[in-house]
Design a protein around this ligand. Structure first.
Ligand code: ADP
Ligand code: F6P
Length: 319
């Protein structure tokens, strides 16, 4: 291969820039040119791309977001637009594509691969929900952002002896809630993967109060219910007043952690190696500290599983 392309798509995540940098630098190291495609699949079908030289990715390793911008592009699900994308890439001399994003982004890449155009996927999402990899780029940074926020909430919660409900991102995956809950010592954690029990939440608050605890923190993943709804339930059921904090998109921003930068560098380099070996239809990931590549189908035929041992552990540690 003489020229490949890279794009970022779906929800952005801290460390995407470090991954773009790794793709460009690794490819250049092997004498391969890289076209940067702007605005994900939307930009691809519009032909919005340009060559990225070594300098073009200077000074971005520490920046959150994505230099290439991102988009949601519903029409890319249609074959006609995927064929158009392939035509455009061929016209520009592009022979392989690296996509950085979540499972939706992977589906687009599978569509292109099935039509004969080799693609490799790098997992970039704060949700940590891509099957086949233990960690996704951005998860660690998002987690640290959440913990920093909860620590601050805890200060005021203690001073005023309040209970707080903190809503974090995660429509289908509870990893952020779970890990943040364990790391921040939350009394209760509600995740989409586990049925919640209001009586258990109430008895944990009451038990805390009876042993002199000055505050209580409950973390709820957005996919379970809005924090305001949970606050209403606790008020109606036990007359417990809670304050609500919705962390929202601050979780998606910020300078990537060292862990995310290193992961992005390793996965970006691996994605280029895989393409240069002539392989397409692959995703790269990390398992037992090792970087490897696997069939895209794994990402669709298996389901990401949150580590539920953390769920029971947090219950034991936050009594
Ligand atoms: P993420 O990649 O973070 O999961 P999305 O689910 O929004 O984010 O997907 C990002 C983009 O990937 C979509 O806007 C669309 O362009 C493309 N995509 C998603 N699902 C498919 C699909 N089934 N077939 C082709 N392209 C898809
Ligand atoms: O996939 C990443 C993510 O941040 C999810 O955690 C969240 O549910 C979703 O994106 C929010 O997306 P948007 O900002 O497009 O509503």
């Amino acid at each position: 291969m003489k020229r490949i392309a890279v794009l970022t798509s779906g929800g952005d995540s801290p460390g995407m820039n470090a991954a773009i940098r790794a793709v460009v630098r690794k490819a250049n190291f092997h004498g391969v040119e890289v076209m940067g495609i702007y605005h994900g699949y939307e930009g691809l079908i519009e032909g919005r791309m340009e060559l990225m030289d070594l300098g073009s990715v200077g000074g971005i390793i520490q920046r959150g977001g994505t230099k290439l911008f991102s988009s949601r592009c519903p029409r890319f699900k249609e074959d006609v637009y995927q064929f158009r994308a392939i035509e455009i890439m061929k016209e520009r001399g592009v022979e392989g594509l690296v996509v950085i994003g979540g499972d939706g982004t992977y589906r687009g890449a599978v569509g292109l691969t099935k039509k004969g155009f080799p693609c490799v996927g790098i997992p970039g999402t704060i949700d940590n929900d891509i099957p086949g990899t233990e960690y996704t780029i951005g998860f660690d940074t998002a987690l640290n952002t959440v913990i920093e926020s909860i620590d601050k909430i805890r200060d005021t919660a203690t001073s005023h002896e309040n209970s707080f409900i903190v809503e974090v991102m995660g429509r289908d995956a509870g990893d952020i809630a779970l890990w943040a809950g364990l790391a921040a010592g939350a009394e209760s954690i509600l995740i989409p993967e586990e049925q919640y029990d209001i009586d258990d939440i109430l008895s944990r608050i009451e038990h805390g109060v009876s042993r002199g605890k000055k505050h209580s923190i409950i973390i709820v993943a957005e996919g379970v219910m809005p924090a305001s709804e949970l606050a209403k339930i606790l008020k109606e059921k036990a007359n417990i007043t809670t304050r609500v904090s919705v962390l929202g998109h601050i979780q998606r921003g910020g300078s990537p952690s060292a862990r995310d930068r290193v992961l992005a560098g390793r996965l970006g380099a691996k994605a280029v190696e895989v393409l240069l070996e002539g392989k397409g239809g692959r995703a790269v990931g990390i398992k037992n500290h090792q970087i490897y590549d696997y069939d895209f189908e794994v990402a669709f035929t298996t389901k990401h599983k949150a580590d539920l041992s953390l769920y029971s552990l947090s219950k034991e540690l936050s009594i």
